[in-house]
Design a binder for this molecule. Structure first.
Ligand code: FE2
Length: 290
């Protein structure tokens, strides 16, 4: 109890992210501290912990306190010892620039919405960061929903978004794909979700993976995704995280979108560890907001 009293949460300059002060997240957290983080996280969907020291096993152990981490689909980015931890980096094993790593995730998105089961949260831990740029941008999809006009809110609540891997209007510039890849199937998620912990409605549409709505003409759906995305990424709904080595950032995969600012010199090393966490068996899941 004495320890948790020293923990505090601080507002940050660049938007809705919050810094947690007083927790060594890489140590084995007691249940009280974990409960404090859970409570803070239900209210603040991007939490920043500075000056942390995680190796892959420690990051995996921390991630497992929140659910079930999943292995990255791209084998080359998996950590060799802990496959549930992957690298986000702009260099390969030999230290050469990795062109995909440089541009990776530079379009606004939420992770894995093209799958049936939605992730709960993801985390990044900075090992090496460029001297300037290379930050990560987040958008608060709760605040974005709250700020929509009442009529549009009502329309959206009755809509179901159709998702595919990088087939939305925000993905085409980066990946030049507007068609579902071979073998890929559409996934359907309500356009507005109710958050399983806070109960708040969330605009669950992202311009990388959402490309139409059930029962709506494709062109009109595409335009609606563009319109909603443009709204959601307005500066008033954003947080811009500027990385320092040792930072751990955890974000809510339902309540936010994110992107790599991709504005750093690709010759400067940017190496982060990542874990993506799915709800544990029996944990609350998002439901349609009706
Ligand atoms: Fe991502």
């Amino acid at each position: 109890m004495a320890e948790i009293q020293k923990v505090e949460i601080r507002a940050l300059d660049n938007g809705f992210g919050r810094e947690v002060v007083g927790i060594d997240a890489s140590s084995r957290l007691d249940d009280e501290t974990l409960g404090w983080i859970e409570q803070a996280f239900a209210e603040h969907p991007v939490l920043v912990f500075r000056q942390q020291r995680f190796d892959a096993p420690a990051l995996d152990a921390f991630a497992r306190r929140f659910g079930t981490p999943q292995r990255h689909v791209m084998l080359k980015y998996r950590h060799p010892e802990i496959p549930e931890v992957s690298y986000v980096r702009n260099v390969d094993d030999a230290g050469k620039t990795d062109p995909f790593g440089v541009k990776r995730a530079s379009n606004w998105h939420a992770d894995a919405t093209y799958e049936t089961h939605l992730p709960r949260l993801a985390m990044l831990h900075a090992l090496e960061v460029p001297s300037t740029g290379g930050g990560t941008l987040f958008a608060d999809m709760r605040a974005a929903f709250d700020a929509l006009e009442p009529d549009l809110k009502e329309t959206l609540i009755s809509l179901t978004g159709v998702h595919g891997f990088n087939v939305g209007p925000g993905a085409e510039k980066l990946y030049a794909t507007q068609k579902l890849a071979v073998g890929q199937v559409d996934q359907f998620h309500p356009a507005v979700l109710r958050h399983p912990y806070s109960g708040r409605p969330i605009l669950f549409v992202n311009p990388s993976h959402t490309y139409r709505f059930v029962g709506m003409e494709v062109g009109a759906g595409w335009e609606l995704v563009e319109r909603l995305s443009k709204h959601a990424i307005e500066p008033r709904f954003r947080y811009h995280h500027h990385w320092q080595p040792g930072d751990l950032v955890i974000w809510d995969e339902l309540a936010t979108m994110h992107r790599n600012a991709a504005d750093a010199d690709p010759k400067e090393r940017r190496v982060l560890l990542r874990s993506i966490v799915y709800p544990a068996v029996g944990a609350p899941k998002p439901i349609a907001a009706v």
